[in-house]
Design a protein around this ligand. Structure first.
Ligand code: ATP
Ligand code: MG
Length: 415
């Protein structure tokens, strides 16, 4: 992109409130820029998630310059400025900072304020995330070549890759997440810097790791991040149980995740594992109970036979919670198994009876009709009736079910 185009794009994209914050800071004699993901996204023509302002002003000065502010982790130098009601009027301003050593692979031992912008940019993870735009002066600050990297669709670490990935173990996850999200490739030297830094990844909290994995899986083609993650050993580090084997199998696994509906991608990721183990490893990664529950259910019937008849498909779907059946069919769909998916869709769309709640008869009807007392007997009869209608949904009428229940009573009395 020509330099003037880049400036014009940024000048128009900056929201008025963000610009106002920068102007106020500039008029008070400070430098104020927008920086990071928002600049990158505007230059790429993507919608920025959040707008981050960085400034030479010390947090105290930021708090003095605006009427309503909320300190947000002052040790990092972040102040939230409230420019009006509502989330959309909150602007975060972070003081330019340099960072000391990272002895725990998670956070710097010390933070220094009062450093120049270029030093603040130098502590950032990737070159595409280290571009700043000064709205008051309409100037870009791109000391490491971020615009060229965007042009080349390339991810490079700022500075020495091994060092940068080692000091903060989360960065390797961010690198593969951005590879998927932005559809960029890891630069060769940067990729080579990941394996030696993996011990740092082990020290990062599992919540932060799974947050990155979740973002990666939401992208259009997760395989763009998953394949490099396998190649450099990230996947073996975070999910050692998942050994996929030959390159051909890895390609097939990744392609299936791409095809999967975003709602079942996590299940597709751990599909090569037995369901119970899949749930265990995701639990260790601190995925939510709802996520574990969904994965557990859909994997339980993920291996349904592609030659199954419709009654068998009903049987499979009846084995899992009602609310998870749609997802299970979506996971089948990721396998391109049209016959099975067609049957699954038919069963769900036509609302075939699959559980006790779907029967055209209640426990009370049974007690009255068969003249029996409440007790475990009723449960057993209902279970048999569910199987009876799964065989053929046309049987789901009050009369047919009562007749079947009576017939059963004669055949297997009190069994
Ligand atoms: P998005 O918000 O789209 O997920 P982002 O690039 O804005 O992506 P944020 O987590 O919002 O990511 O961080 C804002 C900026 O802070 C980044 O662009 C980067 O410059 C810097 N940054 C964030 N996390 C790290 C990190 N772990 N190491 C170094 N710099 C980081
Ligand atoms: Mg951001």
């Amino acid at each position: 992109m020509a330099a003037t185009d880049a400036l014009e794009r940024l000048a128009t994209a900056v929201p008025p409130k963000v610009r106002e914050v920068c102007t106020t800071l500039a008029e008070a004699g400070h430098q104020a820029v927008i920086v990071g993901g928002c600049v990158r996204d505007v230059l790429m023509g993507r919608e920025p998630g959040d707008w981050d302002v960085a400034s030479s002003a010390h947090p105290d000065e930021v708090m003095k310059l605006f009427r309503r502010t909320v300190p947000q982790g002052l040790q990092h130098g972040t102040v939230k400025v409230l420019m009006g009601k509502g989330k959309e009027n909150e602007v975060e301003v972070t003081t330019f900072r340099g960072e000391g050593a990272y002895s725990d692979a998670r956070r710097p031992d010390s933070v220094t304020f009062g450093v120049p912008l270029v030093e603040d940019l130098a502590r950032r993870d990737l070159v595409v995330n280290a571009i700043a735009y000064d709205p008051a002066r309409n100037e870009l600050h791109d000391p490491f070549g971020g615009q060229q990297d965007i042009e080349a669709r390339r991810l490079r670490a700022v500075g020495n890759a091994v060092d940068r990935f080692t000091e903060d173990g989360l960065r390797v996850m961010r690198a593969v997440r951005f590879a998927a999200q932005l559809e960029f490739d890891l630069d060769a030297d940067t990729e080579a810097g990941i394996p030696p830094a993996l011990p740092s990844l082990s020290k990062v909290s599992r919540e932060r790791v799974s947050d990155e994995l979740r973002k990666l899986l939401k992208s259009r083609e997760p395989s763009r991040g998953l394949k490099p993650a396998v190649r450099v050993g990230i996947l073996a580090n975070i999910l050692p149980e998942l050994v996929i084997g030959s390159p051909g199998l890895i390609d097939a696994w990744a392609a299936r995740i791409d095809r999967a509906d975003p709602g079942v991608r996590l299940a597709a990721l751990v599909l090569p594992l037995p369901p119970a183990q899949a749930v265990d490893v995701l639990k260790r990664l601190k995925f939510s109970n709802a996520e574990l529950d969904l994965v557990g259910h859909v994997l339980r019937i993920a291996g349904a036979s592609r030659t199954a008849g419709i009654a068998q498909v009903r049987k499979e779907l009846s084995r899992i919670d009602k609310g998870k059946r749609e997802a299970a069919v979506q996971l089948w769909a990721s396998e391109h198994d049209d016959a099975l998916v067609g049957l699954g869709r038919k069963v769900l769309d036509e609302k075939h009876p699959l559980g006790a709640g779907d029967l055209a008869i209640t426990g009370k009807d049974l007690m009255d009709g068969l003249q029996i007392q409440p007790g475990p007997m009723i449960g057993r009869i209902i279970e048999r009736l569910v199987n009876y209608v799964i065989e053929d949904p046309a049987r789901n009428t009050r009369e047919a079910l009562l007749a079947e229940a009576q017939r059963g009573e004669l055949e297997y009395p009190a069994s």
